[in-house]
Design a protein around this ligand. Structure first.
Ligand SMILES: [Zn+2]
Length: 286
C-alpha cells in the first residue's frame, strides 16, 4: 500500500514531468473509482497542470482554474507515467487494471491503475481538496509536524502505538509498513500505550518518524517514476522481514497479528527481548 514516501515521490515526479502540460482528455475507465460528478471530468480538458501535492496518503494533481484531481491509491493502486500511449482511441470501461487515464498535450500522460479484484482506488475532482472527506479529517502531516504538534496529536488518542500511528485522523501519511519501521527505529513496542510514553520517548518517536519517512522519500525520489513501485520498497529493516535477522542487533524479526493484518518487530530492539503474544491466537486457544 503506497504511504507518504511513495505518494510524495509521485507528486515530485509529476511536478517535474507534467507541470505546464495541457490536458487533452481525462478518461474514467473504472467508473466506480470516480467519487464525484460535479465538476465533470471534461471540465479539465484544455487546462494546464500547475502543481502536484500530497495530503497524507492522498495525491492532488492541480490544474489551472483551481481544479484538483485528488487520488487515494488504497491498497493496490498506482500511478504509471507514460511517455506515449499506443493508441489515441479512448479506453472502453472494462475489467482491466486502468481506472483513469490522463492524456497530455505532448503525447505523454498517466494511468491510475489498481491491481486485484478489490476495487478501492478513489478519485475526486473538486475545487477544494478539503471537500474530500478523507482529506478533511487528516491529522497533522507525519513528515512536517513539529514535536509539539506530533506529541499533541498522539496524546489526543489513547491506544496502542501501532494503531494510533496509522490512524490518519491522528497523524497523516503513515501506514502499516512505515509504522513498523518507525517503531523499530524508536525502539518502542507496537503495543506500548500512547498515554504512558515519557517526554523522552515521545521525542525519540518524533525524530524516528521524520528520519524514517525522510529517508524513504529520498530513496523513492531517486527512482524514476516508471520504476517506482508502491509495493516493492527498499531499505526496510523489519516490515515484511519475518524470520530474517534484524540489521541492527541480529535477533530474528517476528510477526504478530494486529487488527486485520499483521505487524513485524524485533524483540531485542523493541520489547526487551520478549516476543509479543498473538492476541488473536490466544483468544482462540482460551
Ligand atoms: Zn533488533
Amino acid at each position: 500500500m503506497p504511504e507518504l514516501p511513495e505518494v510524495e515521490a509521485l507528486a515530485g515526479y509529476l511536478r517535474q514531468r507534467a507541470v505546464g502540460r495541457r490536458v487533452e482528455r481525462l478518461e474514467a475507465v473504472a467508473i466506480s473509482a470516480l467519487k464525484t460528478y460535479d465538476p465533470a471530468l471534461t471540465a479539465v480538458t484544455g487546462r494546464s497542470v500547475t502543481d502536484a501535492r500530497r495530503h497524507g496518503k492522498f495525491l492532488d494533481v492541480v490544474f489551472d482554474g483551481d481544479l484538483h484531481l485528488v487520488v487515494h491509491l488504497a491498497r493496490a493502486g498506482w500511478l504509471h507515467y507514460r511517455e506515449a500511449f499506443a493508441s489515441t482511441v479512448p479506453l472502453r470501461p472494462g475489467k482491466g487494471p486502468i481506472a483513469l487515464r490522463a492524456r497530455l498535450d505532448d503525447g505523454s500522460g498517466f494511468d491510475l491503475t489498481e491491481a486485484g479484484t478489490q476495487k478501492k482506488l478513489a478519485v475526486y475532482l473538486v475545487t477544494d481538496p478539503q471537500a474530500v472527506p478523507g482529506v478533511a479529517k487528516l491529522g497533522p502531516d507525519a513528515l512536517s509536524a513539529d514535536l509539539a504538534a506530533f506529541a499533541g496529536a498522539l496524546r489526543s488518542r489513547r491506544g496502542q502505538l501501532k494503531g494510533v500511528l496509522t490512524d490518519q485522523a491522528v497523524l497523516a501519511g503513515v501506514g502499516n509498513a512505515y509504522s513498523d519501521e518507525i517503531l523499530h527505529a524508536a525502539k518502542l513496542s507496537p503495543f506500548a500505550l500512547t498515554d504512558r510514553l515519557t517526554d523522552d520517548q515521545m521525542a525519540t518517536l518524533h525524530a524516528a518518524t521524520r528520519r524514517v519517512l525522510g529517508d524513504a522519500v529520498t530513496r523513492s525520489l531517486g527512482q524514476r517514476a516508471a520504476e517506482l513501485k508502491g509495493e516493492k520498497r527498499s531499505g526496510l529493516k523489519v516490515h515484511a522481514r519475518t524470520g530474517l535477522p534484524c540489521p541492527v542487533c541480529g535477533d530474528t524479526v517476528r510477526e504478530v497479528s494486529f487488527a486485520d493484518s499483521s505487524l513485524q518487530y524485533c524483540p531485542t530492539c523493541q520489547t526487551g527481548g520478549k516476543p509479543l503474544a498473538d492476541r488473536r491466537l490466544s483468544r482462540l486457544v482460551r
